[in-house]
Design a binder for this molecule. Structure first.
Ligand SMILES: Cc1cc2nc3c(=O)[nH]c(=O)nc-3n(C[C@H](O)[C@H](O)[C@H](O)COP(=O)(O)O)c2cc1C
Length: 360
């Protein structure tokens, strides 16, 4: 089992921080999909999803949070940082380069339920790097390790860091910065196998992740290193683990529109085989759960707008459902969406039962 300091994770599968996507409403849907058998005697807590299994995701994370905004408790920052007792364990991710403000924000996050504080050292966006935050921290390993040490000393929960391979090919930091961060008290490194210059393409470099794992393990054999990049199927996750020796995997874009992906990955990593696909009516039910979470935590308007924006991602995993995207685009009222979707779930269930009864 994967441990981050004194925090034990149920699985070694992590949902990535993704700005604008993986908020509380979506994280709770991802958590609700099981797949890992409950062990007798375990304290199941909120991760027991009710069918004799735990949610297959071991850790989730808020999107990157601006320390100034959370300390001001600005409305948008509050929603980005929102969590609750069932959204555990959860990391809150902070970015920036000012040790005092970062430490204050880390204490704020700990007081509001963060199980873990993650420091963003991978964001390539100009708005963040121009102020020396995000992946710009990779360019100054000495002061970045000191910054991490300050945050470690400011809180009593574990501190982790999410990095890239370096700023560009001339400034690869995998042999130096990750072990230095661990010397400074950081308890887990997640490495996105690209440089800042690569942004989100081309293909992830598994050899760079393997090099990071080796560099950390040489000095800190017990600290976990998580591999991230281009995992969209269980086979991708298996390849990441096999090729790099990483202790777990983190998924971002691959989990958009398929919150059940962790169930499938957990099964593949445990058995070497893909599980039977989650039936379409159960997938559709999760979309409705996402909608209702958004309605509950925000309001009907935000729920409808968000699902309309995400329907192309979901639609890809619900086919055949003729005219799905067109129908959803035409819906302008939340209750009309509920009616439409419940009817759809019912129809998919009937189709599923008919398929199960059909002679082979
Ligand atoms: C829209 C978008 C928003 C992201 N927001 C964050 C963020 O807030 N914090 C962070 O550390 N990484 C962020 N990332 C990077 C992802 O966490 C991840 O490292 C990257 O997408 C590679 O993983 P993937 O191939 O599984 O998508 C973001 C990526 C995307 C596409």
């Amino acid at each position: 089992m994967l441990s981050i300091g004194d925090v034990q994770l149920q699985t070694n599968l992590l949902l990535a921080p993704v700005a604008g996507y993986f908020d509380l409403a979506y994280r709770k849907v991802v958590r609700s999909v099981g797949g890992v058998p409950c062990r007798p005697g375990d304290v199941s807590g909120p991760r027991d999803v009710g069918d004799g299994t735990y949610g297959a995701v071991g850790l989730t994370c808020t999107e990157l949070l601006c320390p100034h905004a959370v300390l001001r408790e600005a409305d948008r920052a509050m929603w980005r940082a929102a969590t609750d007792d069932e959204d555990r364990p959860v990391a809150m991710q902070l970015y920036g380069c000012d040790a005092d403000i970062l430490c204050e924000a880390a204490r704020w996050a700990e007081a509001r339920g963060a199980t873990i504080i993650d420091i963003n050292m991978g964001c390539p966006v100009d708005k963040v790097t121009k102020k020396h935050g995000g992946s710009k921290l990779l360019c100054t390993p000495g002061s970045t390790a000191k910054l991490a040490a300050a945050v470690v000393n400011a809180v009593s929960v574990p501190v982790t860091a999410k990095i890239r391979l370096g700023w560009d090919d001339d400034q690869i930091i995998v042999d130096t910065l990750p072990p230095a961060l661990c010397d400074a008290g950081v308890q887990m490194i997640t490495v996105h196998g690209r440089t800042t210059a690569m942004r989100f393409k081309p293909s992830v470099r598994l050899d760079g992740i393997a090099q990071t794992v080796a560099a950390v393990k040489r000095r800190h054999p017990d600290l976990p290193v998580i591999g991230n990049g281009d995992i969209t199927t269980p086979a991708d996750a298996e390849r990441m683990v096999d090729a790099t020796g990483c202790d777990g995997v983190m998924v971002a874009r691959g989990a958009m529109g398929q919150p059940w992906l962790f169930r499938d990955i957990a099964h593949r990593l445990a058995t070497g085989e893909d599980p039977p696909p989650l039936p379409r009516h159960e997938r559709a039910r999760l979309v409705l759960a996402h909608f209702e979470n958004l309605a509950r935590y925000r309001d009907d308007k935000v729920a409808l707008r968000t699902i309309r924006q995400r329907i192309s991602k979901y639609s890809a995993h619900l086919q055949p459902w003729p005219g799905l995207r067109r129908s959803v685009a035409a819906i302008t009222d939340a209750d009309a969406f509920r009616d439409f979707w419940q009817a759809g779930v019912g129809r998919l269930r009937v189709e599923h039962e008919a398929e199960a009864l059909a002679p082979v």
